[in-house]
Design a protein around this ligand. Structure first.
Ligand code: 8GT
Ligand code: MN
Length: 574
């Protein structure tokens, strides 16, 4: 009951084909000044040129082991083994995935076929490298993708594990790239280098692969503070220009040094102001404005206020400016003294067809310690399984995919987003809405949903279209895991359920996977470059409204004329 049906092409292999290792001797051409200062540069330029996706079988691992392995996989890049020039070899990013089918390597503590088959189909297992957790620990320690065969988790899968280990794929490539200096090999390599360049310098975020953590992540985070401050102050246009710069930097594959500044300043849409902030960072390792903002009382209060569900930037400013509130205690006092007012989700909409209470601001304040807490991946998976088990009791044969940041590989999420369909749902009928209401009411009756903030297809428009509202049926809720003796505390979590007819399932998945800027540029690209309208409900041709019904996410990309970008490389926001 998950994404097993999804289109899949290994991102590792795909990126290997499209973005092969960039050798120092065959570096992309640059302006004279650029390349000469590059030679003097003390730091090697290390391109991130591939992703190796890991699937972790959680059985037979302690919670501590699971979180250790997750964090190893989330925070480290590796090089390829046995390569000729370690210092400048491309880095391979590790990424976790939620579906064994999508993985390159399966990490497991299970050593018996029978036991493994409970988690992974045997035929699929034979197509993967199946290794023990030691492989990950040692690889991270040595910063190298170690030969998987030495760490095969099951004896009978050793041969296939050796065959499918990404280390040998890369070696084959590097032999061809560095050893054979034939003219055809060189031109092919240069072509690929051009392609790499074409990717990160592209105007649209949906053409630029963006890892979760980029080589210039600290810079991106500092710019993110300024972006957030602009947003909190209602300067949305300015915030958007920070969004654009951030998404370009997220795709930039090299660590930024002063020699790189001329190139960065030619990236599309990076203005002089941004360049001066970036230069300041490169020179001093910090941006003064970011520091001033982060330390300011106003920024702290506004940021804190807007963490409360139902309080947006303009309400936060009003609370600060008009009512003089500064702290959470002030906020609590303020809302305790006034009757609960309906949230904007209720106003002007049809009444929620559910007995679950709406999350008012005072209720959100009460739950704030829970809702502020990030959700680890394992719990996201558990929440999904519980929701789908309840849905299964109402209607068998539903399909679902966890989308949002989880699908992009985030180790911890702020909320859980799940897209749901059933093969027999008829679009445009009341069936989709009916299924949503049925599930939400069931979860509420079971005590699994405590609040429903929204349950319908209507959303107000957003002028800048940084976030796009579609008409899919969705339930924005607060979820709580069932009581369990092994859990000391049950934490309220934000859960969004999105219901789609089968025709809209794959566009809903693409539309809700994010990140925000990736989605924004996907819609822009579709409109400007392809004459199509893309949103989570589907793809239509603009001139005659002809609808298209993609049957996989790959088809969504194909229809839009886009090269496939794996979800873990759609992290175009901070
Ligand atoms: P997080 O939950 O860990 O903070 O990270 P996230 O999962 O990336 O953020 P999110 O706020 O949960 O949003 C997930 C994706 O869904 C984003 O790309 C966002 O643009 C998109 N999204 C909404 N609301 C809506 C909506 O009403 N319609 C569509 N199509 N997409 C939406 O957040
Ligand atoms: Mn989310």
């Amino acid at each position: 009951m998950s994404t097993a049906a999804s289109h899949y092409r290994s991102p590792f292999r795909q990126m290997k084909n499209k973005l092969p290792s960039e050798r120092p001797t065959k570096r992309r051409k640059m302006s004279d000044s650029d390349s000469s200062s590059e030679i003097a540069s003390p730091t090697p330029q290390i391109p991130i040129s591939g992703v190796v996706k890991l699937y972790l079988v959680q059985a037979k691992l302690t919670a501590q082991n699971i979180s250790e392995l997750f964090s190893l996989a989330e925070t480290h890049n590796l090089r390829v083994s046995k390569s000729q020039n370690r210092a400048t070899d491309p880095e391979i990013q590790l990424a976790l995935c939620s579906n064994p089918e999508e993985s390159d390597i399966v990490v497991t503590n299970v050593h018996m076929r029978q036991r493994l088959e409970r988690h992974i189909d045997w035929n699929l297992a034979k197509e993967k490298a199946i290794v023990t957790p030691e492989w990950l620990r040692d690889s991270v320690r040595q910063r190298t993708i170690l030969p998987c065969g030495d760490y095969a988790a099951l004896r009978e899968l050793k041969k296939t594990t050796v065959e499918h280990c990404p280390d040998s794929d890369y070696d084959a490539d590097s032999d061809q790239g560095t050893g054979g200096a034939s003219p055809s090999a060189r031109s092919e390599s240069e072509e690929h280098v051009e392609l790499t360049k074409a990717h990160y310098t592209s105007r649209y975020a949906c053409l630029r692969p963006c890892p979760l953590v980029c080589p210039n992540q600290q810079l991106v985070q500092q710019l993110g503070i300024i972006r957030r401050s602009r947003e909190l102050e209602g300067k949305d246009v300015n915030a958007l220009s920070y969004d654009r710069t951030i998404s370009l930097l997220k795709a930039y594959p090299y660590r930024l040094t002063s020699s790189k500044l001329p190139e960065v300043s030619t990236l599309p849409g990076i203005g002089e102001k941004m360049i001066s902030k970036i230069s300041e960072y490169v020179k001093h390792g910090r941006i003064r404005e970011s520091e001033t903002i982060a330390a300011s009382a106003r920024f702290k209060s506004l940021s804190e206020f807007t963490t409360i569900y139902g309080i947006g930037a303009s309400t936060a400013r009003k609370l600060f400016d008009t009512f003089g509130l500064r702290t959470m205690a002030d906020l609590e006092e303020h809302y305790a003294s006034r009757p609960a007012s309906p949230t904007h989700h209720q106003r002007g909409e049809r009444k929620l067809n559910t007995p679950a209470p709406v999350l008012s601001i005072p209720a959100a304040l009460e739950l704030r310690t829970d809702l502020d807490e990030k959700i680890p991946r394992a719990e996201v998976g558990l929440m999904h399984d519980i929701v789908m088990a309840e849905l299964g009791k109402l209607r068998s044969g539903c399909l679902s995919t966890i989308v949002g940041g989880y699908r992009r590989g985030k180790a911890e999420s702020n909320d859980v987003d799940i897209v749901i369909t059933h093969p027999t749902l008829v679009s445009g009928s009341d069936q989709v809405k009916g299924l949503g209401e049925l599930l939400v009411n069931r979860l509420y009756e079971r005590g699994l949903i405590t609040h429903v903030m929204h349950l319908s297809g209507f959303q107000p428009a957003n002028a800048l279209r940084t976030s796009h509202w579609d008409t899919l049926e969705k339930a924005l809720t607060v979820f709580i895991l069932p009581p369990d003796n092994s859990r000391s505390r049950r934490i309220h979590r934000r859960l969004d359920l999105i219901f789609a007819a089968p025709e809209a399932y794959w566009t809903a998945i693409t539309g809700w996977t994010g990140s925000k800027m990736f989605e924004r540029d996907l819609r822009l690209w579709a409109k400007v470059e392809r004459g199509l309208k893309f949103d989570s409900t589907g793809i239509t041709r603009r001139r005659d409204s002809k609808p298209y019904f993609p049957r996989s996410e790959k088809e969504v990309f194909d229809l839009l004329g886009l090269e496939w970008i794996d979800p873990t490389m759609r992290n175009a926001d901070v």
